[in-house]
Ligand binder design. Structure first.
Ligand code: FPP
Length: 248
């Protein structure tokens, strides 16, 4: 793999990753799906480190979706166990690398022992400002938007907000990601071409990058290739190419 040169002034501020392909990676090797998830944790560690070194400000990883609760109980248990051990093991590294941990999603649905270590890690890293590692856990975009709508209606019924005041910023304010920039790029590993209920509002203008590489094989060089691809693109946000070029 030739490693492309990156423009350090044009690194996406926020990269969001759908870490797909763990199960197929394992099955291709005749191994249990759980081994694929375990191998996926190694990629998480490598990509967090690489993201920080490359100057990414926010890295959101889709670690467990609202729909993943429907997987076999043993697989859910394995994923929860991996998450807990990752959080315990990673605290030192997050601290050393000045990385702040956050979580988005219905984290109250996580087992208490995972929630406890998650809360501890979030609290211990809250003052770090080198990069935000944002884990999407029990996360679903439709659920997030529904939650926001309910909260907005609640404010209206309480007389704290009028319908005339509701705009895109209001909706944004009630999302888990309210104080984060929108993702500039969504990467999906494992070759499938769908968003799978991930950041549907926030990724409205994200550049989508799909790679056949399965998540357990995804490394720093793959991330660099994805960013290089991003740097070749012209982001138009609904305008014409000419209009965008004329902008200062
Ligand atoms: C999708 O692969 C991946 C997941 C559902 C879980 C991702 C979890 C990890 C990478 C490890 C735990 C996370 C952290 C942050 C420590 P899949 O099983 O759907 O793969 P397939 O499409 O090949 O079956």
């Amino acid at each position: 793999m030739t490693i492309p040169h990156l423009d350090p002034d044009h690194i996406p501020r926020h990269i969001a990753i759908i870490m797909d392909g763990n199960g197929r990676w394992a099955q291709r090797k005749g191994l249990a799906r759980a081994i694929g998830h375990k191998a996926g944790v190694k990629s998480v560690q490598k990509i967090v480190k690489a993201g920080r070194e490359l100057g990414v400000q926010v890295l959101t990883l889709y670690a467990f979706s609202s729909e993943n609760w429907q997987r076999p109980a043993l697989e859910v248990k394995t994923l929860m166990g991996l998450l807990k051990s990752y959080l315990k093991l990673e605290l030192d590294n997050l601290t050393k690398n000045n990385i702040q941990l956050r979580a988005i999603g219905e984290v109250e649905r996580l087992p208490a022992e995972v929630r406890d270590v998650l809360t501890d890690t979030i609290n211990c890293t809250a003052a770090n400002n080198g990069m935000i590692l944002n884990l999407a856990l029990s996360y679903g975009s439709r659920q997030e938007i529904t939650r926001a709508v309910k909260a907005i209606v609640g404010k209206c019924l309480a007389g704290e907000l009028s319908d005339a005041e509701i705009n895109e910023d209001t909706v944004n304010d009630f999302l888990y990601t309210s104080d984060l920039p929108d993702p500039d790029m969504v990467i999906r590993t494992g070759g499938e071409s769908r968003l799978s209920n991930f950041l549907l509002w926030q990724a409205s203008y994200a550049e989508i990058y799909i790679t056949e590489t399965a998540w357990p094989n995804f490394r720093r060089d793959h991330l660099i290739s994805a960013i290089a691809d991003y740097q070749q693109r012209q982001r138009r946000f609904g305008k014409t190419g000419e209009q965008v070029q004329k902008q200062p």
